[in-house]
Design a binder for this molecule. Structure first.
Ligand SMILES: [Zn+2]
Length: 407
């Protein structure tokens, strides 16, 4: 029954107090519960364990992509970054799209006995149907991944009609507009903002029409934010993720030397989009810091494979957000409470708040000890970070998993 003491940061405020954890679960929170086993000074903030609800661990029964990452290395990278639970995307060589393929991936996952908790998405593709279990779904619109994409929005609607009432996350890029722009000279021009805008209108219409609990993944276009605000105002059940790369980098920073590393889908946007997305994450238009951790090797990046690894750097990046006028309460919302709410239907542990009944997993950030990102410190198997050489203002001081100090 460890007793942990320090400045607790939750969605309703920051206060110095103690947390008692029994059998892995928070049983009491208060100013004076006893003599603390772990006490953190006022340079630190203790958050409910942070969650990254959009990652690609690349691991499945086929093992075809485990040269990039495995469940084990993704879990190590997550812990290194202060992340205690993740949700893994379904674009695997053997994509989990029905009960059998989903159970196969889950058995493979559970055999690893990982320190952190994984939630697995199932894919929606042409002709798929919902599983018998309640799990979250991912719909890819554009040609990102093998068989899991639709050639037209009509074809996607045909599939979505079967998923009424389910939780569906959308990768918003209109496949027809991608096709129309494929001769453009740069990656960013081949996937212009209109692709995401058009797909946003479609996704919001589908969420409303089929009563989905919708989520827009890695949102990147400032012009689309009024559509999200308006939908939320009308009571549409929609939330949105924002990645570290879309609020830290923009097209003005792309050079010939970093072009490969800076390629992802959707691509980097303009400086105006970058600042609009930062504000949207701060003001509540968007709901989650979710990384889209996409571990590809540097050799693949040079050949034009899209995506960046971000799990190792999650916590240090959060300290940068705190330096950008994000309050600790807002960080608690986008990194802990909202990801906890997202996975709640699928997990027995309750993640995301510093309250009795929630799991005793904690992320402790030190706001005064800077971190410089160095390749040799990374745990991700792909072995690189777009933040190498960047110094963030703070660091991950400790991670507790069910009351036990893990780092
Ligand atoms: Zn993704």
């Amino acid at each position: 029954m460890p007793l942990i003491e320090g400045r607790l940061a939750d969605i309703d405020g920051v206060r110095r107090a103690q947390i008692r954890i029994d059998d892995g679960v928070i049983t009491a929170v208060g100013p004076d519960l006893g003599v603390a086993d772990h006490a953190f000074n006022d340079d630190c903030l203790i958050f409910a364990g942070m969650g990254d609800i959009h990652i690609h661990a690349r691991d499945d029964v086929s093992g075809k992509e485990t040269y990039k990452e495995t469940f084990d290395t993704a879990a190590e990278a997550a812990l290194h970054g202060g992340v205690v639970h993740v949700a893994d995307m379904p674009n695997n060589p053997i994509a989990p799209i029905d009960d059998a393929t989903y159970a196969g991936k889950e058995l493979h996952l559970l055999a690893r006995r990982l320190p952190i908790v994984f939630t697995l998405y199932a894919g929606i593709g042409p002709g798929t149907r919902p599983l018998t279990r309640d799990i979250p779904y991912k719909a890819y619109m554009g040609p990102s991944v093998g068989d899991l994409f639709f050639r037209s929005l009509e074809q996607l609607e045909e599939a979505l009609a079967h998923y009424r009432g389910r939780a569906v996350s959308f990768h918003c890029e209109d496949p027809l507009l991608l096709e129309a722009n494929k001769q453009q000279p740069t990656h960013e021009q081949r996937r212009p903002p209109e692709c995401e805008l058009s797909a946003t209108r479609f996704a919001l219409a589908m969420i409303e029409k089929y009563d989905l609990t919708g989520k827009l993944c890695h949102y990147s276009v400032g012009e689309g934010l009024p559509l999200i605000r308006d939908a939320k105002r009308r009571g549409v059940r929609v939330t949105a993720e924002v990645t570290p790369h879309h609020v830290f980098f923009d097209t003005a920073q792309i050079t010939d030397a970093n072009r490969g590393a800076m390629q992802m889908n959707p691509p980097l946007r303009s400086p105006a989009d970058r600042t609009a997305m930062l504000e949207a994450l701060r003001d509540g238009t968007c709901d989650y810091l979710a990384t889209d951790h996409a571990p590809h090797t540097l050799a693949e990046k040079e050949k034009g494979v899209s995506g960046q690894p971000h799990l190792d750097t999650y916590g240090p990046f959060v300290t940068w957000l705190l330096s950008q006028d994000f309050t600790p309460e807002r960080i608690a919302a986008i990194c802990s409470a909202n990801p906890g709410t997202f996975v709640a239907p699928y997990q027995s542990d309750k993640f995301g708040r510093l309250l009795p009944g929630y799991v005793g997993s904690l992320t402790v950030l030190d706001l005064k000890t800077p971190t410089t990102i160095r390749r040799e410190d990374l745990k991700t198997k792909c072995g690189w970070s777009p933040f190498e050489g960047v110094t963030f203002p703070g660091s991950v001081k400790a991670v507790f998993l069910r009351g036990m100090q893990a780092t």
